[in-house]
Design a binder for this molecule. Structure first.
Ligand code: ADP
Length: 223
């Protein structure tokens, strides 16, 4: 068993889940006039669902997480408020996954208060029913055991995070080469990626000062 239960998502799966969600919406007889993508995870699914439902209006709302004053928990909030009048419209919020459900709750509250749609529903690709405080009206998959969905739109970002995690936890190893780091992926995450991503992630981590490159080795800069 990998340390972090991870599912590497393919574009084909994204396509298929977007169709499943669109079919469920169609079968319910309800039609949105406007789709609201929660940024950033909802962008790709929202655009696909827009097309599969032939909806011409797409807006977005960024909900972000930042450290609270106590620096322990992270607080979520609307980063860029949505200024739009959705009076007389049926609106559909789209996000990739309902995990804690917090982003969706914040988005719903914001849209009801600021934009006042006639109706507001929620669609996601995944619904983690054991952790989410909210059940989306439409979803492609119910997930009962927590998994990190490694969606194609966060591939590099996640690999950067995965590298940081490995290096931070395996402290005895101060210098790493690409092969050794990449070789940790199966035991840590149960998945592997194209070399292009590993190279890009390493050069990003050098550019931000996380690593110093010495020949073929990447040495962690101690803070
Ligand atoms: P919500 O559950 O309302 O989406 P979260 O704060 O739990 O709010 O998550 C915010 C965003 O972080 C999600 O929209 C998604 O892009 C990403 N995320 C959270 N949990 C996961 C997960 N298990 N797998 C992949 N991405 C996730």
């Amino acid at each position: 068993m990998p340390k972090v239960n991870t599912k590497k998502v393919s574009w084909e799966e994204v396509e298929s889940w977007s169709r499943i969600v669109s079919d469920k919406i169609l079968e319910s007889g309800w039609r949105p006039d406007v789709i609201i993508a929660i940024s950033r995870g909802g962008y790709v699914p929202a655009r696909l669902i827009c097309d599969r439902l032939v909806v011409g209006e797409l807006v977005s709302l960024q909900v972000s997480h930042w450290p609270s004053a106590a620096q322990i928990a992270k607080e979520a909030g609307v980063k860029y408020p949505l200024e739009c009048d959705l009076n007389h419209k049926r609106a559909l919020i789209v996000d990739d996954i309902a995990d804690t459900g917090e982003s969706i709750i914040i988005a719903k509250d914001h849209i009801w208060t600021k934009c006042k749609p006639d109706e507001l529903r929620v669609a996601t690709l995944q619904w983690i029913s054991t952790s989410s405080k909210i059940k989306p009206d439409y979803y492609a998959e119910e997930v009962k055991e927590w998994v990190w969905y490694q969606y194609p739109w966060t591939r590099l970002e996640d690999i950067i995070g995965f590298f940081k995690r490995i290096v931070s936890e395996e402290k005895e190893n101060e210098s790493w080469d690409l092969e050794t780091l990449a070789g940790r992926f199966p035991e840590w995450f149960g998945v592997t990626f194209d070399r292009w991503y590993y190279e890009r992630a390493l050069s990003y981590l050098v550019s931000t000062g996380f690593f110093v490159k010495e020949g073929d080795m990447y040495r962690r800069v101690s803070k």
